[in-house]
Write a protein that binds this ligand. Structure first.
Ligand SMILES: [Zn+2]
Ligand SMILES: [Zn+2]
Length: 422
């Protein structure tokens, strides 16, 4: 996990620069594809994902080295050809995993976060899961293990393969000529994120689009069908943490409520969206039917709240940057504590962005928790080694958090603007 934290130290500035370019470009051509609260929510989702993944939370079914040890028939030299083959094998596995995520109820839960934004931009790419709690992906790499692809190659290629899926989440790049036949492009991925009946569940490839073309899931972006982004059962919150479990919660409720024992068992493995007949009539769920006419989620946000959301996002970025930079020094229990504080922070400020009254309690709790943690240790995880007044800056941050938790809940009009279906 330490190497992943290391990779992120390089990747994060790269993502920030590309995001800044996209936002700047949108501003200059007067075609802004970002909305402040949505983008803050997306980037925060990315943060929850990297905390979960770097801390190695979850249950790993099987690791690649174990498969390699037991299945390898060949021993291959690490040549440039092997690197290319390994990349293609990872991409092939990625296609099927993505298809599984889209097509099966249980697996959709861990992927819905990625589709939950009703915008489409580079920030949306960062909406990554924290509910992928069972690490089964290496099973899809059995062919690689069989041919003896060394673990080091997989370990280096896997994050590169993931980060290379970032750039194509943009509306500012049109069709790309001959490249459309080989790789996944922005145009193809716009189709993937769209809920139009023509587009839904199409273009499941990650880097190469040949799998979609071969296995019948390819759909070109059509001029007269502008993609409408989001999910059919809207998330209706800026808080990425509940979005990760909304679908699972609905499945659990349905499995509990249905009278049919067969349905209780099979609901998990049925196609995404399938529900037992009896609960479907008794507890209907709103699904977007008119993809061109639904109201996108929004909350009453003053300029002050938007600026404050950006401030919290920057603070969270700095906290995480510091955490990854000092990954080894902080140690396992320190990392868990640090990760918890950042998680609580994201939960708090996104709930404030949702204009929920109880946000103030979360902000008060985490503010006091942070201050107490700092007072007891007399430092903030070694920050004073870098900046003499480091812990004081952190103390000020937590005091600001408490103050604005109260301010936005009680002193600024909190008119709830709930999503309505038209
Ligand atoms: Zn998807
Ligand atoms: Zn995507």
């Amino acid at each position: 996990m330490e190497s992943y934290a290391q990779a992120l130290l390089y990747a994060i500035p790269f993502f920030v620069v590309l995001l800044a370019i996209e936002i700047g470009y949108g501003y200059f051509v007067k075609d802004q594809k970002h909305k402040v609260l949505d983008s803050v929510s997306s980037i925060s989702a990315g943060f929850t994902n990297i905390i979960k993944d770097t801390l190695g939370l979850g249950f790993i079914l099987v690791t690649y080295p174990i498969l390699l040890e037991n299945l390898a028939v060949f021993t291959l030299e690490s040549t440039w050809l092997l690197w290319i083959v390994a990349f293609v094998v990872i991409d092939f596995a990625g296609y099927w995993n993505h298809r599984l995520n889209h097509k099966v109820n249980f697996f959709w839960n861990q992927h819905v976060i990625h589709h939950s934004s009703e915008e489409f931009n580079l920030a949306c790419a960062l909406r990554q899961s924290i509910s992928n709690l069972i690490g089964y992906f290496p099973l899809l790499l059995i062919p690689a293990a069989f041919f003896g692809v060394p673990n080091e190659i997989i370990a280096i290629l896997a994050p590169i393969h993931l980060f290379a899926q970032f750039w194509y989440h943009t509306q500012h790049i049109g069709k790309m000529g001959w490249a459309e036949y080989i790789i996944v492009t922005p145009s193809q991925h716009r189709v993937h994120h769209a809920i139009n009946p023509e587009y839904i569940d199409k273009n499941l490839g990650q880097i190469l689009c040949v799998w979609d073309r071969w296995f019948g899931t390819f759909q070109e972006e059509l001029e007269d069908v502008p993609p409408q982004y989001g999910v059919l059962k809207p998330a209706s919150t800026w808080n990425p943490i509940p979005i990760n479990f909304q679908h699972l919660w609905r499945l659990m409720q349905d499995a509990w409520r249905t009278k049919s024992y067969l349905d209780k068992l099979r609901i998990w493995f049925m196609p995404t969206g399938w529900r037992p007949e009896d609960v479907k009539t008794k507890y209907p769920i709103d699904i977007i039917e008119d993809v061109y006419g639904f109201t996108r989620y929004d909350t009453q946000a003053s300029i002050a709240l938007k600026v404050y959301a950006i401030f919290q996002l920057i603070a969270t970025t700095l906290f995480l940057w510091f955490m990854f930079y000092n990954y080894t020094e902080i140690g396992v229990s320190g990392l868990l504590l640090f990760g918890f504080v950042v998680f609580a922070g994201i939960y708090g400020y996104t709930t404030l962005m949702d204009r929920k009254q109880y946000a103030v309690y979360i902000e008060l709790f985490r503010g006091i928790f942070g201050l107490v943690l700092m007072l007891f240790s007399g430092d903030w995880f070694g920050l004073n080694n870098y900046i003499v007044v480091g812990s004081w800056l952190v103390a000020i941050y937590f005091m600001i958090t408490i103050f604005f938790g109260f301010y936005f809940t009680y002193f600024e009009s909190a008119v709830h603007n709930r999503k309505t279906m038209v």
